[in-house]
Design a protein. Structure first.
Length: 263
């Protein structure tokens, strides 16, 4: 079944494909694109919570239809409601991005989480089948079977302490996010709505591990981590390598063990 192939640290004979995405939630999923009419958009009766993947704003020289793409192969991006800030949640653009990472950036517009994501294994959290199908690149010089690109992935699992200062933590997180984009390498940041138990998941996808390490030393990131230490009952990190092989539709996820990742 198409999707994401999870490759374990210890090799085995077959990879683990993800199940197809399902959406059986009765209540509106805050990570799903809301449906609007002209009336509901211009005269809303109540606020609508919407938490899309926070894709880093591209360099000014690029657009969502960059010149190196074959437009005939592109999947139409989901239509988001208009926003006065065209850059989204931050006012900063990436300094640069390579063609394969731009293809992943575009595909991640379709990212959706599954119900119960906070406690699911990471390879089951998102609709990797749709993301893989939306990934298109024109790196024709790479022969089939060769590595097209790899990216560094970090997942942050946590449980908030009752009564902790949400405003201070979210403000520090926003500044750390902006700082990471400015320094370069951050393709996407995503965080979920906490479950009733308080458990939650956040994740970042980087162009390289070197970019992630550099971001860790930023002053806003250091402040955010100090606040996290006092705001959560627990928090843990999981690290992965996301790979795209030329000629293979499915993306591949491997637990990170050591060494550099990406470039």
């Amino acid at each position: 079944m198409p999707g994401l192939n999870l490759v374990p640290v210890q090799p085995r004979t077959s990879s683990v494909p993800l199940p197809r995405s399902q959406d059986h939630q009765q209540e509106r999923d805050p990570h799903a694109l809301p449906s609007y009419t002209n009336e509901s958009f211009n005269e809303p009766q109540e606020p609508v919570l919407f938490l899309p993947p926070l894709l880093s704003a591209l360099p000014a020289s690029l657009s969502s239809r960059a010149k190196h793409h074959d437009r005939s192969k592109l999947t139409e991006l989901p239509k988001l409601p208009p926003h006065p800030d065209r850059l989204g949640p931050t006012a900063t653009r990436l300094p640069d991005i390579d063609p394969a990472s731009l293809s992943l950036h575009r595909a991640l517009h379709f990212l959706k989480s599954r119900k119960g994501f906070a406690k699911l294994p990471y390879d089951e959290v998102f609709n990797w089948d749709e993301i893989s199908a939306a990934y298109h690149s024109d790196l024709d010089k790479i022969p089939d079977g060769e590595l097209e690109r790899e990216w560094y992935v970090v997942a942050f699992r946590s449980k908030r302490k009752a009564g902790s200062d949400s405003a201070a933590l979210y403000d520090a997180d926003r500044l750390a996010h902006e700082e990471a984009i400015q320094n370069g390498g951050l393709i996407m940041y995503w965080y979920g709505v906490p479950e009733e138990s308080g458990d939650n998941l956040a994740t970042c996808i980087w162009q390289s591990r070197a970019h992630a390490i550099a971001a860790n030393s930023g002053p806003h990131h250091v402040k955010a981590m100090r606040l996290a230490a006092s705001s959560f009952e627990y928090y843990t990190f999981e690290k992965f390598i996301l790979r795209k092989w030329k000629g293979v539709t499915d993306l591949e996820l491997t637990p990170y063990t050591e060494g550099p990742v990406g470039w």
